[in-house]
Design a protein around this ligand. Structure first.
Ligand SMILES: [Fe+2]
Ligand SMILES: [Fe+2]
Length: 317
């Protein structure tokens, strides 16, 4: 993958600077983003240095102190914004009833549903658009959650690795979820190249991806990483069934339906594991992380709502 297109003056200077590989990147550290788009693509590119990197950027820049300083500043602003959107501290942080509270909280969250639209009314172009947007995450599915593994104690770590073992194909490279999605993209005539559609996605998609990486990369935010994971899994099985039905309705490739069918089954198990064992286990071991678990869960639902509302209103227009 090559570096993405800039979305403002900060990202333009940053991307130019890392491509040209100057010895001193300090010049970009103090830049302010001119918009949320500008901030998010800059942060996404900085995070990408910790994932697969870019063909046109030296791998050594991953740990360049000036880039870390800029990343830290952008993360601070982003985290403040995410926290400011969080309306309440969850249903009271009761450790004893955490799992029931959590399922009720997700159930009661009345968000817009892209999957319901795909199931019943979307046209082929809209669904292909959605696959392009989703590819930014699904082609590195679970990678940001994996950052949390070494930060956990035994019980939570064992359960998270059990879940990740499935996400990563249970020993079979053909069953890796990111790989299943890549096969689906190709069968639909889309590019399965990692990062191929980053330049086309709305800022809501960058925020979703950056939030997961933010939570995963910071040990301090491990509660948010696992809360996000749990909300993601709890809202996956039924929507995956709807996606699969919409794909069949439109006669789109079976390979893409296979990706969603896998999630109907897998995430019915993962949601129980993520809520009852991973998050409940984390809170039994580290009860002071309760607020962040709820914050991560709420952010997951809210970021998906924001994307869904934007796409549904654009498609309606
Ligand atoms: Fe998955
Ligand atoms: Fe899953």
């Amino acid at each position: 993958m090559l570096t993405p297109k800039a979305r403002g003056s900060l990202s333009e200077r940053l991307l130019e600077a890392i491509r040209a590989r100057p010895r001193d990147l300090a010049a970009v550290v103090g830049d302010e983003p001119e918009s949320v788009d500008d901030e998010q693509i800059a942060l996404w590119a900085l995070y990408e240095l910790h994932h697969h990197g870019f063909e046109d950027v030296d791998d050594a820049l991953e740990w360049h102190p000036d880039l870390l300083a800029l990343r830290r500043r952008l993360e601070d602003g982003f985290e403040r914004r995410l926290r400011s959107r969080w309306p309440s501290p969850g249903p009271g942080f009761r450790t004893e009833t955490f799992a029931e509270d959590f399922f009720a909280f997700v159930e009661g969250h009345d968000g817009a549903s892209l999957a319901a639209h795909v199931q019943r009314t979307a046209d082929v172009e809209q669904v292909l658009d959605l696959f392009r947007l989703r590819s930014v995450y699904h082609l590195k599915e679970s990678d940001s959650t994996a950052w949390a593994v070494p930060r956990l104690r035994a019980r939570t770590k064992a359960a998270l690795v059990e879940l990740l073992y499935d996400e990563y194909g249970a020993g079979d490279p053909d069953r890796v979820h990111a790989h299943l999605f890549a096969r689906g993209l190709e069968a639909c005539g889309l590019s399965s190249e990692y990062g191929a559609y980053v330049d086309d996605v709305p800022v809501e998609v960058l925020e979703q991806n950056n939030a997961m990486t933010l939570f995963g990369l910071h040990r301090r935010l491990r509660g948010a990483a696992l809360g996000h994971l749990a909300a993601f899994e709890v809202t996956s099985s039924l929507p995956s069934r709807r996606m699969s039905q919409g794909i069949a309705r439109l006669g789109l490739a079976q390979e893409m339906a296979d990706y969603y069918d896998e999630h109907v089954e897998a995430d019915a198990v993962h949601e129980q594991l993520a809520v009852r064992t991973i998050c409940a286990g984390l809170l039994a071991e580290e009860p002071h992380l309760a607020g962040d678990v709820w914050f991560g869960a709420w952010s997951c639902l809210d970021l998906e709502d924001r994307l869904a509302r934007r796409l549904l209103s654009e498609w309606a227009a």
